[in-house]
Design a protein around this ligand. Sequence first.
Ligand code: NI
Length: 177
Amino acid sequence: MSILPILLHPDAHLKKVCAPIASVDAEVKALAANMLATMYDAPGVGLAGPQVGILKRILVMDCSGREEEEPNPTVIINPQIVWSSEEESVYNEGCLSLPELYEDVIRPAEVRVQFLDQTGAEREKHYKGLWATCVQHEIDHLDGVLFIDHLSRMKRSMLTKKMIKYKKDLLKEEDDG
Ligand code: NI
């Protein structure tokens, strides 16, 4: 397994609509394993294909997080949200492509998602709580949408400016070091 480099906003890959995966073959399985390793290493609770430069409809997540809970590595391929609750929830979201930035985002509190798992089997799952927020955030990535796209234009441009500076500082550190 290998840790993949995570692309940072702004990056053209993060604005693309991703293509469905035709078959869950060995290459896709290896990608899923690498994406999970990359997500745990970051660490984060979710990671989508375009964040590692793969413009395909695949995401991984694990929102189990709390001490006594067993890890629950989840691979979701070609997801479709087939139902969303009318009830909404607010969560202070972050993203591995926008490190250190967090903003409140409003989304449906619960969703039902159809997808293929890492074995290629068709699944349908009901998500609520952090899992629901996370799966919607990651599915957004597959359509070139970032959590900041749910905010006002002013907030979005402020956060984008912060990211441009963050990336510039990173480059400078690499040059100096
Ligand atoms: Ni994200």
